[in-house]
Design a protein around this ligand. Structure first.
Ligand code: SF4
Length: 470
């Protein structure tokens, strides 16, 4: 999902004092970088106005519930190709690319199989290998895959040295002594670290001795971008009204639409957030059904009994198809499941550090309690509109949340006391050393952060190429 960070959400409560503070960049500054990133990521909205997309159960159910609840529902940009530019959306059509991609393989438009989270087998997702990395390779960049950076340090004569190991495909699946792998070295004038929130923070913490002047803010301002997982189950109304059996969570891309709830800074009455309907691959639906052992066991016993009885009576009648479907059951449980993904303005009070060479994280959920309670309440409201049950991710009862959008650790600031990098991504006190990923966020982005990470990286690239321009 490619959504720009809300204009007024660049002002946030300070995680310690609660006082309002501005991000070192504003929406106005980032908008031209958002434009640039969108040009390359080529987003498309879910084509809900034409079939087969128009009858996507989870999207229709989510929209209906949101609208009945008076919530702000919409179809945002997705980094997925549903149709060739200027042509109608059609599943499984070859994508006409202006230049070949780095795989040299044909991409196909989205087939609605819901496997986005585990990797798209059809090239329908506009993932970085099909755009930025393919462009970089065409410009002469050398892409070294299966390489793990172990160390990096400034060079006395300027620039940086980087030491890395290579993981061979032959070792895959075999126990390997990776500490004994051969170290390779490269040197460079400028170094950009983009290993993600946890990877980049870990690498900088691990190499801190080589960068003694790095800000004391290293490891701070971690947030989960307010991620919260919820489930809607057993709707008593949807199936009847919609004329379909359930929400069909594996039909369609993992996310197709969203709703937005305003923040105090833009007319709301608390921390703002987004909720989106999620999905899962077909095989995960079967796994869910299989996990429903009590029912499964009953069905299996009945199946065996019928087979034995048939054998005893030597009956010629064989209805294997029918028997198998009785054995598998109707799939109500998994088909009647709607996955909800909440994200928004939690409190970035998490701190990462190293303990025995492992990354350790301290994050106090209580500081974001108001936020999470609001998100949960809206999820429960959606379930109510669907005459269904709402269940929050069970980890919640252990005061834990799952995040797929970890942010912070090398926060942007106006000076070395406030942050690790400046508004061009350069590390304070280390000219030529840049960080370009989610770790530079001084707080939650709010919506899905990938587009804001891309826009900031575009801004940082301009600064790297033309210092003083961004
Ligand atoms: S639903 Fe996701 S995984 Fe499936 S084809 Fe579309 S983009 Fe690819």
């Amino acid at each position: 999902m490619l959504i720009r960070k809300d204009e007024r959400w660049f002002v946030q409560p300070n995680p310690v004092t609660g006082a309002a503070e501005d991000w070192p960049v504003t929406r106005a500054v980032l908008d031209r970088h958002y434009d640039q990133a969108e040009k390359i990521l080529a987003p498309q909205r879910y084509p809900l106005d034409v079939e087969p997309y128009a009858s996507t159960p989870k999207t229709l159910a989510f929209r209906g519930a949101a609208q009945r609840a008076g919530l702000d529902w919409s179809l945002p940009n997705l980094a997925v190709t549903f149709g060739n530019p200027g042509h109608p959306a059609v599943p499984g059509e070859p994508i006409a690319e202006a230049e070949p991609n780095l795989h040299g393989r044909t991409r196909y438009t989205c087939r609605l199989v819901g496997e986005c989270d585990v990797g798209c087998n059809f090239g329908s997702k506009n993932s970085l290998d099909y755009n930025y990395l393919s462009m970089a390779q065409r410009e002469g960049a050398v892409l070294r895959t299966r390489c793990e950076v172990r160390r990096f340090a400034p060079r006395p004569e300027g620039g940086f040295s980087v030491w890395y190991v290579e993981h061979s495909s032959e070792d895959e699946g075999h126990r390997t002594n990776t500490s004994g792998l051969e170290l390779h070295a490269v040197v460079c004038d400028r170094l950009v670290v983009s290993a993600g929130t946890f990877g980049t923070t870990y690498l900088l913490l691990k190499n801190r001795d080589s960068f003694p002047l790095v800000s004391k803010q290293l490891g701070t301002r971690l947030s989960g971008n307010g991620d919260l997982l919820g489930f809607i189950r057993r709707s008593k109304s949807w199936a009847k009204d919609g004329g379909v059996t359930g929400f069909a969570p594996s039909l369609g891309p993992v996310i197709t639409s969203t709703l937005r709830v305003a923040d105090t800074v833009d007319g709301g009455n608390g921390p703002g957030y987004y909720i989106q309907e999620g999905g899962l691959p077909g095989f995960a639906q079967w796994a869910l059904e299989a996990a429903d052992t009590p029912d499964e066991a009953v069905r299996a016993t009945r199946f065996a009994a019928r087979e034995v009885w048939g054998a005893i009576r030597h009956t010629p009648k064989s209805d294997l198809g029918g028997e198998i479907s009785l054995l598998l059951g109707g799939g109500e449980d998994s088909d009647g499941l709607m996955i909800l993904l909440g994200m928004g303005r939690d409190t970035p009070n998490g701190v990462m550090s190293l303990r025995d060479k492992w990354l350790e994280l301290h994050w106090d959920l209580a500081r974001s309690r108001t936020y999470f309670d609001r998100v949960k309440a809206t999820m429960a409201r959606l379930a109510h509109e669907l005459d269904a049950e709402f269940e929050v991710n069970p980890l919640w009862y252990l005061r834990k949340v799952i995040t797929v959008h970890g942010l912070g650790g090398c926060p942007m600031g106006r000076n070395v006391d406030e942050g690790v990098v400046d508004s061009t991504g350069q590390v304070f006190n280390y000219p030529g050393l840049f960080v370009a990923d989610g770790s530079v966020m001084p707080g939650p982005v709010g919506p899905n952060p990938s587009l804001t990470i891309a826009a900031l990286s575009d801004k940082f690239a301009d600064a790297l190429i033309e210092p003083g321009c961004a």
